[in-house]
Design a protein around this ligand. Structure first.
Ligand code: WTA
Length: 646
């Protein structure tokens, strides 16, 4: 199915062109050595680069010799123009509280925040951990850290103490910014309390800054913990933005991979900002009139690029919403779009599917006519959800940009381009074509392109400016994970198909990474937490398809000999996961088994477990160590089915 919105209905100037036209432009971008230099001139540099790209495979260094400051690009350069009094942030609390910050106010607060960080000893290259709910202090903390040339690590505030401590310890942060608590569905999440628990195992943290948000009692340790508002009372009005090298890290963001330890993805300052500045124009047609709302949490890469750096580098107005999408009623999001006149709305398929279930009556209560572009990110969007989004949210007027990217890519890689003159007709469920300058392809294990309609691996054949620089403290793992599966190209870990017209269809992960409601979780990381419970001897975590969440978590656990399976133990284990890694990591099902299917070398065969769960063919099991254990897994599943259906 092909969707072409008639020119007279399209809410902006962009035109549809034959695919050929886009591909001509795209091909030129790949061949033009000046292409990214042209783009880089659109942001402000204290000193321009000597060399556009230094490519020492697999390490890319962009705009080498250039000096810039990211906070300067996102705030100062707008503050110095008419945008000074333009709205930078509309913030809405879950409890309907509101805060509006102009660029001048953001400038002032960011400078003051930077001055208190400096006073607490933060210097260039130091790591600052940010564990905050979605309040204006979150983007401000990121910008203030960048102003000093320090490196931020944002940790999703839904993570529990272990998730927080693992990340902080790996990055060796010395300052941590948190809040007393945050709101979610009317309940208070006691963030400072979680931090206190984690602090016992986070020795690198010297100072903790606490923002008062929930007004709850917290313990403050003299000399270590400081109230943000008290520090701000003594703040200085201006901090010089530190010019840093283009290749200086802007942030380290942890993401899940196929081993237990999360990976610290390191992003640069110059390449990252240039890439996001360009792609936010191409994909969203972002402009001075835009009111841009990305519903992601700033704890994920989408929040970094799509809430903070992409839109603010353009001087756009952003909406930041603190709470749940359906609280207090299922039309909360539609209400927010109407209230602020949102023009660009960016969310995840899992949320669209949830709203689909609530029904379009909730949308019809609101005037969404300000919308111009709708985005989707995080997982494949099924055509049914695409069409619903297109019809009811976009009023059959707004193009849907299905944007494929990853924490590692730093920004959007494959997407339609309403912000360019050339936009291809849309196909529901396809992210269409790679963006200019992005050399993506679908190949087999040997790196050979596969014919149209055949599933292969999505790879990127040339470096791009948003590309991660390395993994924190682990360049070997960086090489091994991304550049050695198929030699010479960047391995995304995703399956994809190209159709006969060359459109890309993304099919999800080819590895052991789960996408639960758009959140990226690694099976091994989940397993290492479940095994930390005293009752569990061994475990395997697999995903099961879920109509709303994409993947749901299923745990198979072998208990230690002195523990008996029981419903209360299941509950306790669920709570254990939730407490350590946060609500997204709560398993949907737990099965107690006596054995797990393993290969002869002792590796758990998760595909067997998955096959049992989905009733699919088990496939080639010749490497299985002990056939009986599949029967056992099947038996446990059958028993479980009886329990739920009976
Ligand atoms: C998946 C999120 C299909 C993919 C920005 C990728 C998608 C992983 C799409 C990265 C899309 C993201 N269509 N799949 N439009 N966007 N993915 O690091 O499997 O949280 O590898 O970054 O999400 O997840 P991450």
């Amino acid at each position: 199915m092909v969707i072409i919105i008639p020119q007279e209905t399209l809410p902006f100037e962009s035109k549809y062109w034959p695919i050929k036209k886009y591909l001509e432009f795209y091909k030129k971008s790949l061949e033009d050595p000046e292409f990214w230099a042209e783009e880089a001139r659109k942001i402000d540099w204290f000193k321009t680069w000597d060399k556009v790209l230094e490519w020492d495979p697999p390490f890319a260094r962009w705009f080498v010799g250039g000096l810039l400051n990211v906070s300067y690009n996102c705030v100062d350069r707008h503050y110095q123009t008419w945008r000074k009094n333009k709205i930078a942030i509309y913030w809405e609390g879950e409890n309907y509280e509101e805060k509006v910050l102009s660029y001048a106010q953001l400038y002032r607060e960011m400078n003051r925040f930077a001055s208190i960080l400096r006073k607490l000893g933060v210097r260039k290259g130091d790591r600052v951990a940010i564990y905050l709910p979605m309040i204006p202090e979150l983007p401000m903390a990121m910008l203030s850290t960048a102003r000093l040339g320090a490196i931020h690590t944002v940790i999703f505030s839904g993570f529990g103490a272990k998730g927080l401590a693992d990340r902080v310890n790996d990055v060796q942060a010395k300052v941590l910014i948190t809040a007393d608590g945050g709101f979610r569905r009317g309940k208070v999440i006691p963030l400072k309390k979680i931090v206190d628990e984690a602090l016992e195992i986070m020795p690198s943290i010297e100072k903790v800054i606490v923002v008062k948000r929930a007004n709850i009692e917290v313990e403050m340790k003299e000399g270590r913990d400081y109230w943000y508002h008290e520090l701000m009372n003594k703040a200085e009005p201006y901090v010089e933005p530190l010019p840093v090298e283009s290749t200086h890290p802007l942030y380290i963001l942890y993401t899940s991979g196929t081993t237990g330890k999360p990976k610290g993805v390191v992003h640069s300052s110059g390449g990252y900002l240039v890439y996001n500045h360009s792609t936010y124009k191409w994909v969203f047609d972002i402009s001075d009139e835009s009111v841009y709302w990305c519903t992601a949490d700033a704890g994920w890469v989408t929040g970094h690029s799509s809430i903070v750096y992409g839109p603010l580098s353009h001087g756009a107005t952003i909406v930041v919403y603190e709470g749940a999408p359906d609280y207090p009623a299922p039309d909360r999001w539609w209400e927010i779009i109407e209230k602020y006149g949102v023009t660009i709305f960016y969310t995840a398929p899992t949320a669209i599917r949830m709203h689909m279930r609530y029904g379009e009556e909730w949308i019809k209560k609101h005037d969404l006519s300000t919308l111009k572009v709708l985005g989707s990110v995080g997982e494949p969007i099924n055509p049914e959800a695409w069409l619903w989004y297109y019809k009811y949210v976009g009023g059959e007027r707004c193009p849907i940009v299905d944007t494929w990217w990853q924490t590692e890519t730093g920004g959007i890689m494959i997407s339609p381009t309403p912000g360019l003159d050339y936009m291809v007709p849309l196909k529901p469920g396809s992210a269409t074509f790679p963006l200019p300058g992005v050399d993506a392809d679908v190949v087999n294990e040997k790196g050979e392109p596969v014919p149209p309609g055949i599933r292969g691996y999505l790879v990127i054949k040339k470096p791009w400016p948003g590309m991660l620089m390395t993994l924190h403290n682990d360049p070997e793992r960086y090489k091994e994970t991304y550049w050695s599966k198929i030699p010479g190209v960047y391995f995304t870990g995703d399956y994809a198909i190209k159709d006969s017209e060359g459109y890309f269809w993304l099919l999800g992960r080819a590895d052991e990474v789960l996408k639960v409601a758009g959140h990226r979780l690694g099976t091994m990381e989940l397993e290492s937490v479940i095994i930390s419970h005293p009752a569990v001897a061994e475990s395997a975590v697999v995903s099961k398809p879920d109509p709303i969440k994409g993947d749901s978590i299923v745990i198979f656990a072998i208990l230690k000999h002195n523990y008996e399976p029981s419903e209360s133990l299941k509950k306790e284990l669920k709570e254990h996961m939730r407490k350590n890694l946060g609500p997204v990591a709560t398993p949907d099902e737990i099965f107690f088994v006596n054995k797990l299917p393993k290969t002869r070398s002792g590796k758990i065969m998760r595909r067997v477990l998955k096959a049992v769960l989905s009733g699919a063919q088990i496939g080639d099991l010749t490497t299985l160590e002990d056939e009986a254990s599949i029967e056992e897994v099947k038996k446990a599943y059958e028993e479980f089915k009886r329990v739920v259906s009976g």
